[in-house]
Design a protein around this ligand. Sequence first.
Ligand code: GCW
Length: 687
Amino acid sequence: IENGYDCWLGYKQIEDEVRREDALRVSSRYAIIGESPLLRTAGKELAVALSAMLGHVELGHLSERQEGKQGGIVVAGVYGSSPVFEPLAEVYDFAGLGEEGYIIHSSEEGGRIYLCAASDKGVLYAVFHFIRLLQTGQRLEGLRIREVPRNGLRMINHWDNMDGSVERGYAGGSIFYKDGRFIEDKSRIRDYARLLASTAINAVSINNVNVHRQESKLITDEFLPDVAVVAGIFREYGIRLYLSVNYASTIEIGGMATADPLDAEVAAWWKQAAADIYRYIPDFGGFVVKADSEFRPGPFTYGRNHADGANMLADAIAPFGGDVIWRCFVYNCLQDWRDRKTDRARAAYDHFMPLDGEFRDNVMLQIKNGPMDFQVREPVSPLFGGMTKTNQLLELQIAQEYTGQQRHLCYLIPQWKEVYDFDTHACGERSTVGEIASGRLFGRERGGIAAVSNIGDDLNWCGHVLAQANWYGYARLAWNPDLSAEQIASEWIRMTFGLDEDLERVILDMLLGSYSIYESYTAPLGVGWMVNPNHHYGPNVDGYEYSKWGTYHYADRVGMGVDRTVHTGTGYVGQYHAPVAESYESLADCPDELLLFFHHVPYLHVLQSGKTVIQHIYDTHFEGAEQAAELLAKWDSLASKVDSGRFKHVRERLAHQAEHACEWRDMINTYFYRKSGIADEQDRLIY
Ligand code: GCW
């Protein structure tokens, strides 16, 4: 029975005769030129994929004459390692490929495919790309592919704890730890590394940014041997390992009285810690740090700022080639709800903007996509475009903490594309977040993207089989943000469920519609939250209204929303450049979907859509719940096309979603009907 464990790498025999012939013409044999751990991985992957999809494959030899041999050969290797790749230099620019780019080229006469790169890691990526071509049914003749990643760092962050739990994990427990230790059997970690490599993820941090007591010891001799084993597994797949560290380690595990970043002994302690780590893991990636955020320790305690803290760690790790990834999720989580001046949305910018240019070259600031916290709809963080002299990483959340927790279908690629494409106007037009995060806009050497993982030890990794598309899509987009949400989805569907036009059309339609559906039946018009406190699942309009977390909607009998304008509100809008700031400031120009994020308006305010706010709420909630039910009906139409294991599993989730969407609809509609006293124009049932 299919359980989803293989994700998008569940290779199937190619049944279609034409496709099969086509594939065999170029790939009935393969040769890996050269020797290295990554090339060995590449060879193994090629062998597994070809034999599963084509049946018999042979390890070919280049010396062998083509005559007398049936079928073609795939030749993979590093440029310069064999004269066989020389002719490619006439067609492609190898210098610009860098460490990770690659070329896929079909020979003129046919019968040969070259997978070639400037390094063995690029060869591994080329191999997986070639496999994808086979899986998705592409023609294999005349291939002229040259790929270079847009983002240097393409990272996954795990929020795994050593007790085996995963913070905001919706797919079971950790695949790394259990009962305070590493899991003995590492085979699942290997399978995971392989899935990551197939989408060219090149970095992973393996413990929660909230670093508790036990996890603080990951950088000590007690656990470094285990960490080294895990790092070794990832290394075979071209992935560098990072650890989240406790900023107050000098106190927690060093037995010192202080963690003052300007204290010479503190700095010396970290230098030693770095040296110890690199003795075990020579290619260790570096530290991820959540400091002075949500009760985590940080430099504020000592009257120091974030640059002081980050630079101290950066100096400790720089001699070994490591980086510090310092998170910007810093805000006052003990706010008084009566205080209308403090605005959580402002916090990251207010804290970090004054420090722009003060961070070491090996520090990257990791910035959540929005100023709040992974809501279904938020504006883009104004730190992007604000800072110009600091390395910046974009942080996304694949785990759907606020977008249905992998029980609701919510394909997030459309949301992420909006973030990448958002024009900050920092240097005129086309100053997009994507260009800033990659480092290109401000000529920074380091940059990229990180995201909170959505995997756990559930058999299908993600709890929801269709949530695998977010994991896959995140990685594909990190490689190339220009891919469309549709392209990515269709690739994923073909690789995961096979080639069937009807099936592809239906699942595509479900995935592409799902983000907007989820948005429709949850918190309206960018106001966010309205979820149950703590676990954040399910509707609770006032769940955070009188709490300390700084996430309010201010609904009264007349209207709702947060005034963040410069003229009458918190001034948050002023953190954006013109013309973005002007459009958010103006009630008339502010995009509907963000209206309540930026303005407090009456329920009878007329949106650009022509509807009043209150009618918009009613309409979207009725429609959203209906569409959620349609998702289930659409899936049901695939009963004969999807194996029963995955079919039943997804069906259960969608049935829950349809029901839970009604709960959302009724709570939100009822709340605002009771608050406003304004009836639904269509007189539908509100309680
Ligand atoms: O989204 C919030 C989560 C916390 C998380 C925090 C963060 C790891 O609710 O669970 O802590 O963000 O990003 O640090």
